[in-house]
Design a protein around this ligand. Structure first.
Ligand code: HEM
Length: 357
């Protein structure tokens, strides 16, 4: 396990020594059922190394380019305001009633035409979200597998029909003419990579802000960007990534054998006192804030700009709708998940909390 900021940085910047070709293993009993999914997920950017990686990444980066993303800003702001307006002051769940629909609609906006296609996408995204809550709960696990298989099949069916290929965006199809599998795999990747991460960042950020009575009122346009960065540092939805050493090497003097699998804990690096003064302190004015929650190097998250925009829109709209907001009952967290950090339920209500917050 790699935890220090300097070591994590070194690993992420050196794909020749630390390969990303570490596709998660599927237990034998699930292999047949998930074959359609794993065949595609193995093609995802996450698991590719240069030079193939650079070629495959280009169209995905274009789909999420700063220009595309800034063009989406007005509609994302508007969506957040509309979703926030519907939330009842008496109480609601930030994750299920707000963060999830917002994140799913933002990604649907990239992949789907309005109407039934979007609605089908949202239904699949919701099934995936609910299914992942507890990896050791057999019913949740079963629902998760079904949702993964169904989401894959839906994209495959559209490809096979030869008709309109959305939710495979046109630029992904154009990037891989004649290679529907690669285009389809990358469309599916955007669903998996984009919805859950963004919704979880929004929920984690709201939770962090409500933990201390002074934080929610202090959220203003001036502190917004710094607040999102600091929440991304302290409460990242993705705790780490995997790499495999391609040769014998060493990190901070610790030998690493060729072939060793490394769990690279970006969340731990974000709290390294050697890099962040007073690392446990929530400080929206922290500058610089070189957190590694979106990774670094050639695999740096191409969705980071979209996520920042969405999280900022989410907090702005929620803060405007509820100048006072407090936790309302127990927050439940995803259990037994070493990589994804998020609540499964985040109940809140308008008004100050028991301590007057
Ligand atoms: C809070 C939200 C997000 C977080 C914390 C996050 C985190 C990450 C991290 C840590 C990586 C690097 C993986 C590695 O190095 O192995 C990554 C890659 C990636 N992310 Fe995100 N992500 C977020 C949102 C999104 C969104 C909204 C999208 C797309 C709509 C997206 C698409 C991707 C893709 C396609 C990659 C693979 C890039 C590559 O391997 O070259 N992410 N993300």
């Amino acid at each position: 396990m790699v935890t220090g900021h300097a070591d994590v940085t070194a690993v992420l910047r050196d794909p020749a020594t630390f390969s990303s070709a570490v596709v998660p293993r599927v237990p034998p009993r699930d292999r047949a059922r998930l074959a359609g999914f794993t065949d595609w997920s193995a093609r995802w950017l996450f698991f590719q190394d240069p030079p193939e990686h650079s070629v495959r990444r280009a169209p995905v980066s274009r789909a999420l380019s700063p220009r595309t993303v800034s063009g989406l800003a007005p509609s994302i702001d508007d969506l957040a305001l509309r979703l926030a307006a519907r939330l009842p002051a008496a109480g609601f769940d930030v994750l299920l009633d707000y963060a999830h629909p917002l994140a799913a609609r933002v990604v649907a906006g990239l992949l789907c035409r309005p109407g039934p296609e979007t609605e089908a996408f949202l239904a699949r995204a919701r099934a995936l979200e609910r299914a992942d809550a507890d990896a050791r709960d057999p019913a949740a696990r079963e629902a998760g597998l079904t949702a993964m298989a169904e989401a894959t099949q839906a994209v495959r069916d559209q490809l096979a029909s030869g008709a309109r290929l959305a939710p495979v965006p046109a630029h992904l199809r154009a990037a891989w003419p004649g290679d529907d599998d690669t285009a389809g795999a990358h469309s599916l990747m955007l669903l998996f990579a984009g919805v859950e991460t963004t919704q979880n960042l929004v929920a984690n950020a709201v939770h962090l802000l409500l933990l201390d009575a002074s934080r929610w009122p202090a959220l203003t346009p001036a502190t917004l960007a710094g607040t999102v960065e600091e929440a991304t540092r302290l409460a990242p939805p993705v705790l780490g990534v995997l790499r495999r050493a391609t040769r014998e090497t060493a990190l901070s003097g610790v030998p690493v054998a060729a072939g060793a699998e490394l769990v690279v804990m970006t969340a731990a690096a974000n709290r390294d006192p050697a890099r962040f003064p007073d690392p446990e302190r929530f400080d929206p004015s922290r500058s610089p804030n070189p957190h590694l929650s979106f990774g670094l190097g050639p695999h740096y998250c191409p969705g980071a700009a979209l996520t920042r925009l969405t999280a900022q829109a989410a907090l702005t709209a929620l803060r405007a709708r509820f100048p006072r907001l407090s936790l309302d009952g127990p927050v439940t967290w995803r259990a037994h998940d070493p990589i994804v950090h998020a609540p499964t339920s985040l109940p809140v209500r308008a008004g100050p909390g028991p301590a007057g917050g």
